[in-house]
Design a protein around this ligand. Structure first.
Ligand code: BG6
Ligand code: GLC
Ligand code: GLC
Length: 797
C-alpha cells in the first residue's frame, strides 16, 4: 500500500531528462519577445548586469522579505583586496495579519522594523543606500523599481499586485522623519544569493533557493534576452521557475497529493512546479546557461525543505554547493547595491574620458570649413609653402579612356602590403586588365634603416618577381605607387617631402624617389626597367576606379594612412602653369591640423600618440583618422582607464604597455556586431589582455568611440572636397564618384557607413557614390603609365 502511494513520487532518469527538455523549451519561450506573454516561466530580467569585482566599498543597508524569516541588515564592504565585509542583522516576525493584510500596513511594518534596526545599530543619523530583497516575481525596468506580478507562497497583502513595490517602501520610509534611507536596488532572493556567493567566488553565476519557495536565477547573455534593449554583456535572469507547469506541462507527473495541496493553497492553479523536482531544475538551468557547468551555484537551503537524495546520473553531481545559511540573500542585496554604486561612479568616469570623442554636428561643420580654408592655402602661390595641406600637383591630367594597352610592371609601396605586379591591359572591344602580383614583406629594420637598404630591398623583390614570372629579360615600363608625399615636376619625377606612417629610412627626404630606384637597379646590374610614372596611392585608386566609372574624380585612402586626391581645375592651381583642363591634386590632407587649427578637438590621448610616433607634431589629422593610429589611441585610453581603476582590475599588463598591439584588424574584429562578448574576450586574450566580461564591454565601447570619431572627421574632410568640386563645376547639385581603398574602410564594420552618413549630412547638395577599389592602386598606376607612355611616344614622334 505504501509503495502504491509513493510509486508516482519516484521519477526515473528518463522522466527527469524529459522534464529537463520541457523546462528548457519553457526558458527559451520566456526569453523570446513574442513568446514571453504565454510562457509560464517568466524569465524576468533583473537589471543586474555585473557581479561584484572586489572594488566595491561602503556601508549598506538591506531588508530581506519573502522567505521564512524577515530581517534587516547592515553590510560594510571593504575594498581591501581581501573581499572582506562585516554584517550585522536582526530578525523580525512576520505575523499573518501583516502579510495578508493591506499593502500599506505591510510596508509600514517593514519601515518600522528597519527604523528599529537602525536605532539599535545607532545608524539613525546616517544617510545610507538600501538593497531590498523581495522574494516574489517582479517586473523590473530599473534596478531601483519592481512591479509585483503576483504574490506567491504565503503572502497575500491587498493592493500590492501590479504596483511598484520599491516606491511603496520608499513612501513608508518617508514617514520616518528620523531616518534617511535611499532604496537603490530591488532584487529577488535568488539574485541576492548569487551575489552573496559571487562576492567570494567570482565564478558563481547561478543562484538557487530551496526554501519556503523554490526558484533559480542565472547570468544570461544579453543577446538571448529579447525583452531588454541591447546585445552587449550579460544580465541576471530570475527564472521564476516555480510557475513551471501552470499550463499543464507537468500534469502527467502531478500526483493526487500535489493537486490537493494546490487546491488548498492561496494561489490555486499557480506555482505548480513541485518543490521535490527542484534538483532536476538545477540541472536544467545549468544545462541551459553556457558557462555554469564549470561554474558554481550559490545555494541557500531554506528552513522548510530538506534535500531529497541526489538522483543518480543527474547533472547535479557537478554541483558544488556553497551553503550559506547564515548570510542568506540579503547580503547579496547589499552587494547589488554596492555594485550599482560602483558602476554609477565608474560610468561617470568613463563618460568623462570618452566625452571629447563625441563630436557635435556643429564641430564637424567647423572641421569641414577649416579643411576648406587649408585646401585653398595649399593651392595659392603665396600661401602654399606654409600650407599644412600641401596640395601636390601630380601631373595626371585625365582619367583613362579605354585606349590604354600593353604590359606594365607596377610597384605598390606604403600601405599594409608591399606588392610587385605585372599588369596586362587590352584596349578596344576586348578591353580588359589582367594582373599578377606578389606580396613581399618589408621588415621594420628596412623601413627604418638607410635609404640605400630600402631601395636595394625593393629591387631585390622586383628581381624575385621577374624571376617568378619568367620575364627577367623584358625591359617593361614601370609605374611606381609610392604612398608618401612627393613634390612632382612631371609624372616621372617625385621628390619625397617627408616620410609618413611607419617609414623613416635615412637619406631619402628631399631626394627623387625615381632616381633612388634607378640607382638601386643600376647597383644590382641584373635587369633594366623603364620607370615612367610615380603616383600616390590615392591617385592610383582614383584611376583604378576611373577605369570602370568615368565619373570617379576623387580618390580616398582610409588605411594605414589617410589621404585624398581629386581632379582640380588648372586655373585654380596657381603653382602650375596653364589654365586649361584639370589636374589631379594629391591633397596630403593627413597634415591638416599641423598648424594647430584643430587643436580644440585633439585629446590628451591624441597628443600622447603623436609624441610616441616617428614624426611627432606632423600628420595630426592622419593620426586621428587612420588605421595605423586608431589602435594606439585606444591603447592610450585603456591605459588611462586602468590607471583610474576602471579596467583590468587596475593592473597595467606588459601587453598593454606594448606600442602597436591594436592593429586595425583587431579593432575591426572587436567592433563587429556579430561577435559575442566571449569572442571579444578571446581576442583580448590573444593580445595578452586578460579581461572580465565588463572589461570587454568597456574596451568595445572605447574602440567604438575612437573609430566613430575617425570616420566622422574623415567624412567632414571629404565633405569639404566634394563641396569644392560642386562649386568648381558651378552646379546646384553634384553627382560624383569617389574611389576608395584601405584596410580601415574595407575591414572595419562601421567606418564606411559613418563616413558616408557624415558626408551626406555635411554636403547635402552632393550625391556621392563610393566605389571600392577591388584591385588596389597598382592597376591605376599601370594605367597612368600607359597614358604617359603613349603621350611620351607621341611627343617623340
Ligand atoms: C591598397 C593599395 O589596396 O590599399 C595601396 O593598393 C594603398 O596602394 C593601400 O596604399 C591603402 O590601404 P592600407 O590599409 O593597406 O594602408
Ligand atoms: C517564490 C517566488 C520567487 C522566490 C522563491 C524563493 O517562488 O515567486 O520569487 O525566489 O519563492 O523564495
Ligand atoms: C600617408 C601618405 C600619403 C598616402 C596616405 C595613404 O598620408 O603621406 O601619401 O596617400 O598615407 O596611404
Amino acid at each position: 500500500q505504501v509503495d502504491r502511494y509513493l510509486y508516482h513520487m519516484r521519477l526515473s532518469d528518463d522522466v527527469l531528462l524529459d522534464v529537463m527538455g520541457r523546462f528548457r523549451a519553457e526558458m527559451v519561450k520566456g526569453l523570446g519577445r513574442d513568446t514571453n506573454p504565454t510562457a509560464t516561466v517568466k524569465m524576468l530580467p533583473s537589471l543586474v548586469r555585473s557581479l561584484p569585482d572586489g572594488s566595491e566599498k561602503g556601508d549598506f543597508l538591506a531588508v530581506d522579505l519573502g522567505g521564512s524569516q524577515f530581517r534587516a541588515l547592515e553590510v560594510k564592504v571593504f575594498n581591501d583586496g581581501k573581499q572582506s565585509s562585516q554584517l550585522e542583522s536582526k530578525f523580525y516576525p512576520t505575523p499573518k495579519e501583516v502579510i495578508q493584510g493591506s499593502g500599506a500596513e505591510l510596508f509600514s511594518y517593514v519601515a518600522d522594523c528597519l527604523s528599529d534596526f537602525m536605532e539599535s545599530r545607532n545608524l539613525k543619523h546616517k544617510k545610507l543606500p538600501l538593497g531590498f530583497t523581495f522574494s516574489f516575481p517582479c517586473k523590473q525596468n530599473k534596478l531601483e523599481e519592481g512591479v509585483l506580478l503576483s504574490w506567491t507562497k504565503h503572502f497575500k497583502a491587498r493592493g500590492v499586485q501590479g504596483t511598484d513595490v520599491a516606491s511603496s517602501l520608499r513612501k513608508a520610509l518617508q514617514k520616518h522623519k528620523d531616518i534617511d534611507v535611499d532604496v537603490l536596488a530591488m532584487v529577488n532572493d535568488t539574485v541576492g544569493t548569487m551575489m552573496t556567493c559571487g562576492y567570494d567566488d567570482p565564478r558563481c553565476e547561478v543562484g538557487l533557493i530551496i526554501g519556503t519557495g523554490t526558484n533559480a536565477c542565472y547570468m544570461e547573455d544579453m543577446r538571448h534576452i529579447d525583452l531588454v534593449e541591447g546585445d552587449e554583456g550579460r544580465m541576471c535572469i530570475n527564472t521564476e521557475w516555480g510557475a513551471f507547469g501552470d499550463d499543464g506541462a507537468l500534469d502527467d507527473l502531478r500526483t493526487e497529493f500535489d493537486r490537493e495541496l494546490d487546491l488548498g493553497s492561496l494561489n490555486p492553479g499557480k506555482q505548480l512546479n513541485p518543490a521535490e523536482q527542484t534538483l532536476t531544475n538545477v540541472a536544467l538551468v545549468l544545462s541551459c546557461s553556457n558557462l555554469s557547468l564549470q561554474g558554481r551555484v550559490g545555494f541557500r537551503e531554506g528552513g522548510c525543505t530538506s534535500l531529497p537524495p541526489r538522483p543518480k546520473g543527474c547533472c547535479c553531481s557537478h554541483l558544488r554547493a556553497i551553503k550559506n545559511r547564515l548570510l542568506g540573500s540579503a547580503k547579496g542585496a547589499a552587494m547589488v547595491t554596492a555594485v550599482a554604486y560602483r558602476l554609477a561612479a565608474q560610468r561617470k568616469q568613463i563618460d568623462a574620458v570618452l566625452a571629447p570623442f563625441l563630436l557635435s554636428l556643429e564641430t564637424l561643420r567647423d572641421v569641414k570649413n577649416k579643411m576648406r580654408t587649408e585646401l585653398e592655402y595649399g593651392l595659392k602661390r603665396e600661401t602654399q609653402d606654409r600650407a599644412t595641406v600641401k596640395m601636390l600637383p601630380t601631373y595626371v591630367c585625365g582619367t583613362p579612356d579605354g585606349t590604354e594597352n600593353g604590359k606594365y610592371l607596377a610597384l605598390d609601396l606604403g600601405g599594409t602590403n608591399f606588392r610587385v605586379l605585372l599588369v596586362k591591359i587590352r584596349s578596344g572591344r576586348r578591353r580588359s586588365v589582367r594582373m599578377y602580383n606578389k606580396i613581399f614583406a618589408i621588415p621594420l629594420e628596412i623601413m627604418q634603416g638607410t635609404g640605400e637598404e630600402l631601395f636595394d630591398h625593393i629591387v631585390q623583390c622586383i628581381a624575385d618577381f621577374l624571376e617568378y614570372m619568367g620575364i627577367k629579360g623584358a625591359r617593361l615600363p614601370l609605374g611606381f605607387t609610392f604612398s608618401f608625399p612627393c613634390r612632382q615636376a612631371s609624372i616621372g619625377k617625385g621628390t619625397l617631402v617627408g616620410w609618413t606612417k611607419g617609414f623613416k629610412a635615412t637619406d631619402c627626404e628631399g631626394e627623387d624617389v625615381v632616381d633612388m630606384l634607378r640607382e638601386a637597379i643600376r647597383r644590382r646590374n641584373e635587369f633594366d626597367l623603364d620607370i615612367v610614372a610615380v603616383v600616390n596611392d590615392t591617385v592610383g585608386t582614383m584611376m583604378t576606379c576611373g577605369y570602370e566609372d568615368p565619373n570617379c574624380e576623387i580618390g580616398l585612402i582610409a588605411g594605414t594612412g589617410s589621404n585624398v586626391c581629386y581632379m582640380e581645375d588648372m586655373k585654380n592651381i596657381e603653382i602650375v602653369e596653364g589654365n586649361e583642363g584639370k589636374m589631379c591634386i594629391n591633397t596630403e590632407w593627413g597634415g591638416f591640423g599641423d598648424n594647430g587649427c584643430i587643436d580644440n578637438i585633439r585629446t590628451k590621448y591624441d597628443k600622447e600618440v603623436d609624441e610616441g610616433s616617428l614624426n611627432a607634431g606632423k600628420q595630426r589629422y592622419e593620426k586621428m583618422t587612420s588605421g595605423m593610429y586608431l589602435g594606439e589611441i585606444v591603447r592610450q585610453i585603456l591605459i588611462d582607464l586602468t590607471k583610474q581603476g576602471l579596467l583590468f582590475r587596475g593592473q597595467i599588463s606588459e601587453s598593454l604597455r606594448k606600442r602597436g598591439i591594436f592593429e586595425t584588424k583587431f579593432l575591426s574584429q572587436i567592433e563587429s556586431d556579430r561577435l559575442a562578448l566571449l569572442q571579444v574576450r578571446r581576442i583580448l586574450q590573444q593580445l595578452g589582455l586578460d579581461s572580465t566580461c565588463e572589461d570587454s564591454i568597456i574596451v568595445k565601447e572605447v574602440c567604438g568611440a575612437v573609430s566613430r570619431r575617425a570616420a566622422q572627421l574623415c567624412g567632414a574632410g571629404l565633405a569639404a572636397i566634394v563641396e569644392k568640386k560642386r562649386e568648381n563645376r558651378g552646379v546646384e547639385h553634384l553627382q560624383i564618384t569617389v574611389g576608395v581603398d584601405g584596410t580601415l574602410y574595407k575591414l572595419h564594420p562601421h567606418f564606411s557607413r559613418i563616413l558616408q552618413e557624415t558626408v551626406k549630412e555635411l554636403a547635402p547638395r552632393c550625391d556621392v557614390t563610393f566605389m571600392l577599389s577591388e584591385d588596389g592602386s597598382g592597376k591605376g598606376a599601370a594605367l597612368i603609365t600607359a597614358v604617359a607612355k603613349r603621350l611620351h611616344n607621341i611627343g617623340q614622334k
